[in-house]
Design a protein around this ligand. Structure first.
Ligand SMILES: [Zn+2]
Ligand SMILES: [Zn+2]
Length: 289
């Protein structure tokens, strides 16, 4: 019998699976260490924010959903996003801090971006204009960000909005039938896919680079330019078969995928996008962007 006076030892708080997996990558591929460190910081920050964001109550009218889908328009309108502005300001600032600290943002760009966030009322119209002009499902032609703003502003906006916007995709995915959606852009927010997963029954699901929503898309078509001539789609895999690249010989863009057919865990974009950085290099070397 052990002594009864001993205080129960609380086990250390378990790290999220994504962080465990990311650290594993760092151990086996030290050349990816700096990318891993930045991703761990982003994952950690986004999890904390997401924990504070309520699951929005979005109950769209089925007729309106059908109209939007037929027109190729996404389902989340800006006003649907559960944005708490003081929390968004904080998230925006912390995102910029992480990117600067890991040298993913130039100091001058950082200063300009942080200044936008500091001016209490400036950020709100910038974010809503950016969302409106990038969620139409087609290029509206209007500039997405204010004139003179650094190009890297978009990257900060994508990352800072994600914890809020992903809650909308989560809520809608349970309520809306996406089976008729055949577009390459996201049915929830209208952004582009930046990763994909191949399901055990060999279907490809695209994953939005902004809201993390998923939707089915033919495995042998290009989501960026709708090329579906399979002779003009080049595909290659990592040696272990875990990841694939599908590249379009018409528009020269490519998309990486996690092959879930023999996988031991589900796709984790924050992990898999880092694990596949060497594949990006391989795709770029072959002339894809
Ligand atoms: Zn999306
Ligand atoms: Zn294409």
């Amino acid at each position: 019998m052990t002594a009864v006076s001993e205080k129960p030892v609380r086990p250390p708080r378990a790290e999220p699976r994504e962080v465990v997996e990311l650290k594993q990558i760092k151990a086996t591929q030290p050349e990816l260490a700096s990318a891993v460190d930045m991703q761990v910081a982003l994952v950690d920050m986004q999890r904390r924010v997401q924990g504070r964001v309520p699951l929005p109550w979005i109950q769209p009218d089925p007729a309106w959903v059908a109209t939007q889908q037929q027109a190729g328009r996404p389902l989340v309108r800006f006003q649907d996003i559960p944005l708490e502005w003081s929390d968004f300001h904080l998230t925006f600032r912390q995102t910029a801090d992480i990117l600067l600290r890991h040298e993913a943002l130039e100091r001058a760009d950082y200063d300009a971006i942080v200044a936008m966030g500091r001016d209490g009322d400036a950020l709100q119209p910038i974010v809503s204009q950016w969302y409106a002009s990038s969620s139409g499902g087609d290029a509206t032609g209007s500039p997405r960000t204010p004139p003179g703003a650094p190009a890297s502003l978009e990257q900060v906006l994508v990352l800072a909005l994600r914890p809020f916007l992903s809650r909308c995709a989560e809520a809608l995915a349970q309520r809306v039938d996406l089976s008729s959606w055949s577009h390459g852009h996201c049915p929830f927010c209208g952004w582009e896919p930046d990763f994909a997963v191949i399901t055990p029954n060999a279907e490809r699901r695209l994953i939005c680079g902004r809201c993390s929503g998923q939707w089915a898309f033919p495995a042998l078509a290009c989501p960026f330019c709708t090329n579906d001539d399979r002779a003009l789609i080049t595909s290659f895999a990592t040696r272990d078969g875990r990841y694939r690249v599908s590249a379009c010989d018409v528009c020269k863009r490519y998309l990486k995928a996690y092959d879930g057919r023999n996988a031991t865990r589900p796709v984790m974009v924050s992990v898999d996008s880092i694990a596949t950085l060497p594949l990006d290099a391989a795709a770029i070397q072959r002339g894809y962007q």
